[in-house]
Design a protein around this ligand. Sequence first.
Ligand code: 13P
Length: 255
Amino acid sequence: MRRPVLAANWKMHKTVAESVAFARDFLPRVKDADAVDVILAPPATALSRLGEELAGSAVGLSAQNVHAAEKGAFTGEVAVGMLADVGCKYAIVGHSERRTLFGETSAQVSEKAAALLAGGLLPIVCVGESLEEREADRTLEVIARQVRESLADVPDERGPDVIVAYEPIWAIGTGRTATPEIAQEVHAALRGNLAERFGDAAERIRIQYGGSVKPDNVADLMAQPDIDGALVGGASLEPESFARIVHFEREGGSQ
Ligand code: 13P
């Protein structure tokens, strides 16, 4: 059984004070959520302080990006050891916004994922097709390539320590969620890609869906056999809304 993992990607939102206020409201709401992993990914400026706030709780801290090198002349970048130093257990890598807006390649994502694992953190590796690729019926081919290239440097035995997030670009921030059936089709194919790389261990790798996940659609998504969690943007910014997503089993699905 794969343990569900619900992660909040705040992107470039929230000051330190706003992050702390969120945690104080949110933690009591999810203290009984012991059958799932819950993760908050604030902007880099709030990591340290939010880490203090989350200490002693079961909620994990995640960065939104990392540099693969241990240290050095990389102005503006942050190393794995620095994230560990402020309490991070995870880092998101290869988010489509980083790929499209900042030119991040799958080869870089792969180096980052391997560096995170070597440094004791768990990578959340994002993949996803564009609208153009979906309309050209190239989704599964694009995802297979992204998975292969973005996990190339991950050691064979570390597969189950990776979280993969499938985020169709056309569903991010658009209110246009993939239907549970569309998402499941890609997740199942993606698990097949993971099996080519990691063998039977692919059954233990958690695959999150991301793209306009909300309290009212999370239950139907989570009911799909290969959807093991959610990576949530907009609906994770309010404690009440993200807590409802964490408690997805209480949200009525349509099935
Ligand atoms: P939204 O939930 O705002 O669509 O964002 C999804 C996302 O990109 C999470 O990483």
